[in-house]
Design a protein around this ligand. Structure first.
Ligand SMILES: [Zn+2]
Length: 179
């Protein structure tokens, strides 16, 4: 009787997403990366928060709106303080929150995303068998080619990985959600 060994992994970004946008300084499309700090503007009953980005070529800045003209009472004190102190965890949370990029029509530079693959369920026997299904939880929609994933996990070359996939000895199933 044959059975499939299922191994589970999660892919998570290791740094904030970069943005592709037209740069007024360079006069063409460039890659903007997060400067890891927020700008907070409190004006009476309105509060604005941005995550600051800079063109990697010329430094021209772009402010990614996190909150626009909201009632300050709607933000928890702890969250507000994390913006003021440029809290690293908050920078990471905002800078990898695809809903914020989508809302602002900010194009994520997907090819630039640095990530790590974290094992959730792995077994040695599976690695030696010829019938493996690799299940990848990819809630950040990070583009990863199946052969690259297989090569990395099974420690084989890209060509060997392509062969394993073509022969059906290894299959990859991607879930666009968190485990
Ligand atoms: Zn520029």
């Amino acid at each position: 009787m044959s059975y499939v060994n299922i191994m589970e992994y999660e892919v998570i970004p290791t740094e904030t997403f970069k943005i592709i946008r037209g740069c007024a300084g360079c006069g063409c499309k460039q890659i903007f990366s997060s400067k890891a700090n927020f700008r907070v503007n409190a004006n009476g009953n309105h509060l604005d928060v941005w995550l600051i980005y800079g063109c990697e070529k010329c430094g021209h800045t772009y402010n990614l709106p996190v909150y626009e003209r909201i009632n300050p009472a709607k933000i928890a004190e702890k969250e507000y303080r994390s913006f003021l102190s440029n809290d690293k965890d908050m920078v990471f949370k905002v800078g990898t929150d695809k809903t914020i990029f989508a809302r602002n029509k900010a194009e994520i530079a997907r090819k630039e995303i640095r990530y790590q693959i974290v094992p959730l369920k792995e077994c040695k026997a599976a690695l030696e068998s010829n019938n493996i299904m690799i299940k990848l939880y990819n809630s950040y929609d990070i583009p990863i080619r199946a052969d690259k994933l297989v090569a990395e996990i099974l420690k084989v070359t890209r060509n060997e990985a392509k062969k394993l996939l073509a022969e059906g000895r290894v299959s990859v199933c991607v879930e666009n959600k968190a485990k």
